[in-house]
Design a protein around this ligand. Sequence first.
Ligand code: 13P
Ligand code: 13P
Ligand code: MG
Ligand code: MG
Ligand code: MG
Length: 388
Amino acid sequence: RRVTISVIKADIGSIAGHHKVHPDTMAAAARVLAEAKRKGTIIDYYVTHVGDDLQLIMTHRKGVDSSDIHGLAWEAFKKAAEVAKELGLYAAGQDLLSDAFSGNVRGLGPGVAEMEIVERRSEPIVVFMADKTEPGAFNLPLFKIFADPFNTAGLVIDPRMHDGFKFEVLDLYEGKYVVLNSPEEMYDLLALIGTPSRYVIKRVYRKSDDEIAAVVSSERLNLIAGRYVGKDDPVAIVRAQSGFPALGEILEPFSFPHLVAGWMRGSHWGPLMPVGLRDAKCTRFDGPPRIIGLGFNITKGRLIGPVDLFDDPAFDETRRLAQQIADYMRRHGPFMPHRLGPEEMEYTTLPQVLEKLKNRFTDAEYYTKYVHVKLRGVVKEAESEAHD
Ligand code: 13P
Ligand code: 13P
Ligand code: MG
Ligand code: MG
Ligand code: MG
């Protein structure tokens, strides 16, 4: 029997800055989903948050891109945003970019990761949710999970995984997809996904039978809105065990707090810190970027769980290293490479600064001939005066 897992998220406003979702807004969203569950639109749901992003995890029989399910999520976000407005929360309604819902939330603002599967006898999944970063943040960990034998022992020793996986890569600038096979085309794959601001892993399939293994939300709010509205804090769904990577192989890459784009004002590189739900909030320099991982079993469509996978001393050293990296990066202040390159910044004053200074820029020849000479002359005059 086919079941669809839909993770749809949006920032509908947060308490005391871009810090954390308010519980009353989560309750408002949960009420909408509880009613939908009662009516049978969805089988089950779990509402949570990471930082200022409200997360709706839903199971149902309607397939991916269902207008019923997307409409339901939209309704839940609207209700949550109403509460956010009433409470005067910061950036209430941030990611709800249009008032007219038209059947599909893609392109409207919320982020979406969905997969339709035939439930295995036991169907373990992990839902990853991150704040203060972008979809490309999943490139490195997904590569390690599904293509790196030093991470995933099963690629070498599990016959069902030994053929490898296929990576569907989305070019965010062109809106085009390419599918690359691993291990054969691993270097081509890395050539693309090493630029995570442009090429993002959208889906992963098991090569032997084309079973879907993982999916990532890849909305780019900055491109959608045509202006800054927040980095598109991403989510991913990954299937575990029995021909897919083991749970521990899926969590393993997150023991390395790799640098991701986002953090303060969506314009800085910082370490991705795995945390439990209790630390799923952003503080220092609006971060550091955080990720939570919730484990479930899907059983007859029901969500059994969650278990809070990063709430564990096994990730303490990762968090400590992330803090050290945060210290190190922060000391660069406004300098690259802590600050993102100009084309990737979500906030910038550069056009205004350049406009203001435009008449004060002189070309090099004129500058050396006249301005520089004049400045040197002034210095000489000052020197000779001093000698007198
Ligand atoms: P079990 O033998 O406990 O099922 O574990 C298999 C596995 O995948 C461990 O990584
Ligand atoms: P969010 O995208 O999480 O709302 O963060 C925006 C921001 O500017 C943080 O400094
Ligand atoms: Mg926000
Ligand atoms: Mg956010
Ligand atoms: Mg954001």
